[in-house]
Design a protein around this ligand. Structure first.
Ligand code: BG6
Length: 512
C-alpha cells in the first residue's frame, strides 16, 4: 500500500488556500452570524484567506447583498474575537460577500445558484472551487445534498487541466442515532466522494484539543506512562454553566448524550486513547481514531443502568444568579424527559487500555464552564510514607478550556519535620507561555476545509462507530421507565448517581 505523504501539520503556516467560494446554506441562522462570519473575518485580518475570497450566503428569505453585508458586519462586531471591524478592512472583506435567495426544497432553482457561482468565477477568479457549508437544520441536509448533485454542483469540475474543488462541510448533529447517521452517510455518499466531505466537530478545531496529539506524540516522556500499566483511569469532563438558552426546541430532541457525548466527548476520548498514527495524514489519523471506537467494549442492554447516568436540572443558582429549571426554559415541554446531563463509563478493550475505565460526563447548568481530561495514575506499589501518600494519586490534567493548560500533580514533602506529603502541581499555561488569544475553533476548521485537509473532521466510519457505542444507552433510555426528572439543582455537579458511578469502584470525580 502506498504511504500518504505527510501534509502540512495543522497549525503550521501553510500556503494560502486556492481562490474559492464558501457557499453557506442557512445564512440567516445563528451559526453564520455568531461563528462562521466572525471566523472568516478573523482569518482575513490574519491574511490567511485566499485571494478573491468570496462568500455566498444562501437562505430562503429575499435579501439584497447590502443588507446581508450589514447583518454580517453586525454579527462580526458582536460575536467576533476581533472586535468591531475597522471600516476600510470591512469594506474590502464585504466586497466578497453575496446573498442568494433559495428555497432549499426547490431543486430546479439550484440552477440559478449554479449560474451565480459561474458568474462569480468569471468576475472574481474563484476557479470553480466551491466549499458548501450546511448550517441549516439537519432536516434540510438530504434535500440540499441531492439538489446540489442534480444541479451538477457536487462533481469536481475540470477545465484548463485544473480541477475545481467541490467540498461540503456538514454541521452536527450528524444523524440522531446509528440508523439515521447511516442513512445520511448514504445520501451524502451518493452525491459526494468521502474525500469531499467534511463533518465538522468544532472541538477538534480547539488549539488545546490539537495539543493532545502534540503532547503525546511530539514528546517522549509521556507516552511510556500512557497505558494500563500506569494509568488507573481517565476522566473527561465537559461542563457548561449555561442552560439551553434559545435552543430549547433543538435540545428537546437532542439531550446531552447526542448533543455532546456522541461527538465532542468521544472525539476527546479518541485523541487520548488512540495509537500513534503512521503519519499525520487525514486518513492515518482517522484510522487510529476509528480503531479506538471499535475497541470500546460494547455495552449490554441490561448493563446500561450501571454504566450510564442521565440527569436534568431544576431551578437553582449559577454564579450567584437564580436560574430557571430546564422544564421552564422556552421551547421545552413541561414534563420533558430530555437529559441535560450524561455520564458514561466506557472501556477501551485493547492491548494498551484493557481494564482502564474512561469516565465521561457532560452537563448544562453545572457550577462552571470547564472542559478537562485527567489521566489518574496508579498508586505507588508500596507506601513507604504511610497512608498520607495515598490521598491524592498522581494525575496529568489537560485543561481544554477556559484557563487552557496542562498540569501534573505529584506529592512533595512538606518542609517540616517528618515525612508529611502534600500534592503540588507543575503547571503549564498557554496564556503565560504564548501570550496570544487563542483562535476560535471555526477559524482553523474553515481554513483546513479550504485547504483540503480533512484531518480534523469526522470520517463516515467514525461517526457511525460513535453512534454504535452509544446505541445501547439510547435504546435502554428510550425503552425503559421514564426518568425521575428533574434530579439536580442548577449550579451543582449533576445527579447523585453520577457520583455513585465512580464511588462503586472506589473512585470519585475530580473536583473542579
Ligand atoms: C455545541 C453544543 O456543539 O457545543 C452546545 O450543541 C454546547 O449545546 C457547545 O453549548 C459547547 O461548545 P464550547 O465550544 O462552548 O465548549
Amino acid at each position: 500500500m502506498e504511504r500518504e505523504p505527510t501534509p502540512i501539520p495543522p497549525g503550521s503556516e501553510g500556503e494560502h488556500p486556492e481562490p474559492g467560494v464558501v457557499v453557506i446554506f442557512g445564512a440567516s441562522g445563528d451559526l453564520t452570524r455568531r461563528k462562521l462570519l466572525p471566523a472568516l473575518y478573523a482569518l482575513r485580518l490574519e491574511d490567511r484567506l485566499p485571494a478573491a475570497f468570496t462568500v455566498v450566503g444562501v437562505a430562503r428569505r429575499p435579501l439584497g447583498d447590502d443588507e446581508f453585508r450589514r447583518q454580517m458586519r453586525e454579527g462580526v462586531a458582536r460575536h467576533g474575537r476581533t472586535g468591531p471591524p475597522e471600516p476600510a478592512e470591512w469594506e474590502a472583506f464585504a466586497e466578497g460577500l453575496f446573498y442568494h435567495a433559495l428555497d432549499f426544497q426547490d431543486a430546479p432553482a439550484y440552477a440559478a445558484l449554479a449560474a451565480q457561482l459561474a458568474e462569480l468565477d468569471r468576475a472574481r477568479g474563484t476557479r470553480g472551487n466551491y466549499l458548501y457549508y450546511l448550517a441549516t437544520p439537519p432536516s434540510a441536509y438530504p434535500v440540499i445534498v441531492r439538489a446540489l448533485a442534480q444541479a451538477g454542483l457536487a462533481r469536481e469540475a475540470t477545465g484548463d487541466g485544473k480541477a475545481g474543488y467541490r467540498r461540503i462541510v456538514i454541521e452536527k448533529p450528524f444523524g440522531h442515532d446509528l440508523a439515521s447517521a447511516r442513512a445520511l452517510n448514504r445520501i451524502v455518499g451518493e452525491a459526494f466522494a468521502e474525500s469531499q466531505v467534511y463533518r465538522i466537530d468544532h472541538y477538534l478545531g480547539k488549539e488545546t484539543v490539537q495539543n493532545i496529539l502534540v503532547l503525546r506524540f511530539a514528546n517522549a516522556i509521556f507516552e511510556p506512562l500512557w497505558n494500563r500499566g500506569q494509568v488507573d483511569h481517565v476522566q473527561i469532563t465537559v461542563a457548561e454553566a449555561i442552560g439551553v438558552e434559545e435552543r430549547g426546541a433543538y435540545y428537546e430532541e437532542a439531550g446531552a448524550l447526542r448533543d455532546m457525548v456522541q461527538n465532542h466527548l468521544l472525539q476527546l476520548l479518541c485523541l487520548v486513547a488512540m495509537e500513534p498514527p503512521v503519519t499525520f495524514g487525514a486518513d492515518h489519523v482517522r484510522d487510529e481514531k476509528t480503531k479506538v471506537l471499535r475497541a470500546v467494549h460494547p455495552i449490554a442492554l441490561d448493563e446500561v443502568d450501571r454504566v450510564a447516568v442521565r440527569g436534568q436540572y431544576e431551578r437553582g443558582t449559577v454564579d450567584g444568579q437564580p436560574v430557571p429549571g430546564y422544564r421552564e426554559e422556552p421551547g421545552v415541554a413541561a414534563g420533558s424527559t430530555t437529559e441535560t446531563y450524561a455520564a458514561v463509563r466506557l472501556e477501551v478493550s485493547n492491548w494498551r487500555w484493557a481494564g482502564v475505565p474512561f469516565y465521561l460526563r457532560s452537563g448544562k447548568r453545572l457550577p462552571s464552564r470547564v472542559t478537562e481530561i485527567t489521566l489518574q495514575f496508579r498508586r505507588p506499589p508500596h507506601l513507604l510514607f504511610g497512608s498520607a501518600s495515598v490521598l491524592l494519586p498522581n494525575a496529568l490534567v489537560l485543561r481544554i478550556q477556559p484557563d487552557e493548560g496542562i498540569a501534573l500533580r505529584f506529592g512533595a514533602k512538606l518542609p517540616v519535620q517528618d515525612f508529611r506529603i502534600r500534592p503540588v502541581t507543575m503547571d503549564f499555561r498557554y496564556r503565560h507561555s504564548f501570550g496570544i488569544s487563542t483562535p476560535e475553533a471555526y477559524e482553523r476548521l474553515l481554513l483546513d476545509a479550504m485547504r483540503g485537509d480533512a484531518t480534523l473532521f469526522a470520517r463516515e466510519d467514525w461517526v457511525e462507530a460513535a453512534w454504535e457505542v452509544l446505541a445501547p444507552i439510547q435504546r435502554a433510555w428510550a425503552e425503559g421507565p421514564p426518568p425521575k426528572f428533574p434530579d439536580y439543582a442548577a449550579g451543582t455537579w449533576g445527579p447523585r448517581e453520577a457520583d455513585e458511578l465512580l464511588a462503586r469502584e472506589g473512585r470519585r470525580w475530580r473536583r473542579l
